[in-house]
Design a protein around this ligand. Structure first.
Ligand SMILES: [Zn+2]
Length: 239
């Protein structure tokens, strides 16, 4: 007993573990734990865990997370196992295309592998979601290059954090006749477009898609028609 020899401090660190040290009064201990425990007691622990995990997904608030979790519980075990397997398979099997950095389950994506598509045109986008959006228009038959973001000094993202050197290598290696910059018209998007224009215009023709799209909007959410027209109306980037 009392071997630690550190006096009063022992109370706070030892047995109470992670809990904030309220060593001297049980009433003080129970009061805050009842407060923080209010959320947890509504659900059994595994359900609370599931809701917490779902809530980490983008666009899922507490209510949606609860609705999804309760829906999952209603489904059969094989169905839930399929869902869990799909999550793990996608995470394990999907990576980036070595050429264009679009999502791919093989070393190169299906678009890069497709010999029907025009090798002389590269459309540069910020994100794989933009490739999917542009593919939906069925207006574009060239290849892509996914930057992996846009230049954003505020977030510490400079050109060297993006897939830009690989784009230049592609332009030098392939006979690229046109690079179409299709980046959302935000402040960061404009910075990125102008940067790429200056970098690439000495090497080949650089165009940017025209925007019948709202400023500050997201390429991903544009309808096919607007996006298709924007692609048709692309123009040369002023260097
Ligand atoms: Zn690819």
């Amino acid at each position: 007993m009392g071997e630690h020899g550190e006096g009063v401090g022992d109370w706070g660190t030892g047995r109470l573990g992670d809990r904030k040290p309220y060593p001297f009064s049980r009433t003080i201990v129970t009061h805050p734990s009842r407060q923080t425990g209010a959320k947890i007691t509504a659900y059994t622990r595994p359900l609370a865990n599931l809701i917490e995990q779902l809530q980490r997904l983008p666009g899922v608030g507490p209510k949606s997370a609860q609705r999804l979790a309760l829906h999952i519980l209603k489904r059969s075990l094989p169905e839930v196992e399929q869902l869990a397997k799909a999550l793990i398979d996608a995470k394990q099997q999907v990576g980036f295309c070595q050429v264009c950095f679009h999502l791919a389950a093989e070393p190169t994506c299906e678009i890069c592998q497709n010999s029907q598509r025009d090798d002389h045109t590269i459309c540069v986008v910020a994100d794989s979601r933009d490739v999917i959006a542009l593919e939906r228009t069925r207006e574009y038959h060239g290849k892509y290059h996914v930057l992996g973001g846009v230049i954003s000094p505020m977030d510490g993202i400079g050109p060297e954090q993006l897939n830009i050197s690989s784009l230049l290598q592609r332009i030098n290696r392939q006979d690229v006749k046109e690079v179409i910059v299709a980046v959302s018209p935000t402040v960061e998007g404009e910075t990125t477009t102008l940067y790429l224009g200056r970098l690439i215009s000495p090497l080949t023709k650089v165009t940017r898609i025209a925007f019948g799209l709202p400023m500050g909007g997201d390429l991903e959410y544009a309808d096919e028609l607007t996006l298709g027209r924007a692609l048709e109306g692309r123009r040369v980037v002023d260097a």
